[in-house]
Design a protein around this ligand. Structure first.
Ligand code: SME
Length: 159
């Protein structure tokens, strides 16, 4: 997708997610609708949330093929984004040591941490693509904004 088209889609998506998160506090419901909105708007292969529970990430609401239930801190792309507390963009999953292949068709990936009020990582937003090199700075910037909107709606209030 050329970058102007990508930006246009994300701008529309932000408005939609504003509507989906505004005044809504049911965590599972919001995460489910946000995953669905991103997935449908952008045409990704897998879009979903893993939730921090103790020392693990546990599978949360998602769209796409079935996925692994639990990921350890520091493991895979998701556990790495959690440990580093920053967005991780992987242009080719085969080049990422320790990548966890939930779907053999995934070729590139981005994982964005979702922070709570005390700056604790409460969840990660994980997105997979069937093509190489799908994700860039534009995706990172917009998905981080979406993570902030999700956090404000259903994580910071509960901390
Ligand atoms: N590939 C991820 C695991 C989750 S699935 O992509 C849905 C990882 O390496 O952490």
């Amino acid at each position: 997708m050329v970058n102007t088209e990508k930006t246009k889609r994300y701008e529309e998506l932000l408005l939609q997610i504003q509507g989906l998160t505004d005044g809504e506090t049911e965590q599972v419901s919001v995460l489910a609708n946000v995953a669905a909105a991103i997935h449908e708007a952008m045409g990704f292969w897998w879009t979903g949330f893993y939730l921090v529970k103790g020392e693990l990430l546990v599978l949360g609401p998602f769209q796409g093929p079935v996925a692994c239930y639990r990921i350890k801190h520091g493991r895979g792309v998701c556990g790495t984004a959690w440990a580093r507390r920053e967005t991780v963009v992987v242009p080719d999953v085969e080049q990422f040591p320790g990548h966890i292949a939930c779907s053999s068709l995934s070729r590139s990936e981005i994982v964005v941490p979702v922070f709570g009020a005390s700056s604790r990582v409460c969840a990660v937003l994980d997105i997979d693509s069937r093509e190489l090199g799908t994700f860039d700075d534009t995706d990172a910037r917009y998905l981080e904004r979406i993570a902030q909107m999700v956090s404000a709606a259903v994580f910071t209030a509960t901390e």
